[in-house]
Design a protein around this ligand. Sequence first.
Ligand SMILES: Nc1ncnc2c1ncn2[C@@H]1O[C@H](COP(=O)(O)OP(=O)(O)OP(=O)(O)O)[C@@H](O)[C@H]1O
Ligand SMILES: [Mg+2]
Length: 315
Amino acid sequence: MTEFPGGSIVHGPRRAEVNGAGGSDGRRRLGEAGLNAKPSGRMHVADSLEGGVPARTVGEVSVEDPVFSCRDVSVFYGAKQALHSVTLDIARRQVLAAIGPSGCGKSTFLRCLNRMNDTIPGARVTGTITLDGQDIYDKSKDIAQLRARIGMVFQKPNPFHKSIYDNVAYGPRIHKLTRTRADLDELVFTSLSRAGLWNEVKDRLSAPAVGLSGGQQQRLCIARTLAVQPEVILMDEPCSALDPIATARVEDLIEELRASYAIVMVTHSMQQAARVSQRTAFFYMGKLIEVSDTDHVFTNPQHRLTEDYITGRFG
Ligand SMILES: Nc1ncnc2c1ncn2[C@@H]1O[C@H](COP(=O)(O)OP(=O)(O)OP(=O)(O)O)[C@@H](O)[C@H]1O
Ligand SMILES: [Mg+2]
């Protein structure tokens, strides 16, 4: 076993739960899981260390009645492994923030959840991911249907070169969600309203979407996602191209949306993670190092790497 400086658990006296990646019951208590108190009072991970990070995730990976349940999920791009045995449940009606330095696998993890890694040549996903208890990698699963249940919002707003109306109506038309024009109008109105954009665009629905400001375009993309009535919304740095005012609007929107949706949001902003999420997952070098309630992660991180990252010592 190799030891490395960042491999220690901080706050030794606290009880943390340590989860075996991929373990069926998934939970063991400190002490049973190979964490040994050092004379200093600090805890050291006694599990094998691979690639400089511990093999086990610190914190509670399981939730009751999860929408997504990921067990032992690894991703390879050709021969390179980008994600290592990630085990994590995603709760309903809650925002999970995924944080960690560039290249640690946040987007890769997000893309596993709607099978977007399938579109990358040479990418391979192992392990199990269930959505409402059903294996999303099951060969019989219809990927288009799956993606309709899992909305995705990207870093850079990507409206289609269509009108504002047609952007929002696109998904419902493809998935035949409405029967009449009036129903479609209603769905477009509801989606734009929920995205907090209706008042700004109601008089220009037939204007090109690319003529909107960046913040408006991002809210349009969120409206487009809502229009297909997904169960989960994945957001990969949704505010990184926005100014502080547009960011605040999108954050308010996320706060409203979590009443109805499970949201997984990648962010490079600790402040944003602290503001909008209820649970935070810290990734490092392709591993899920720690996951816990957001307050807990930011005020009392259990792992030294988490603490170093959130205090800005690296990243
Ligand atoms: N299409 C790809 N082909 C090969 N390697 C890839 C591909 N996409 C990502 N990777 C590699 O996988 C690792 C994780 O990348 P990923 O994009 O998931 O990181 P990230 O945490 O989202 O980073 P960032 O914060 O910069 O967006 C990196 O080493 C990256 O170079
Ligand atoms: Mg990324």
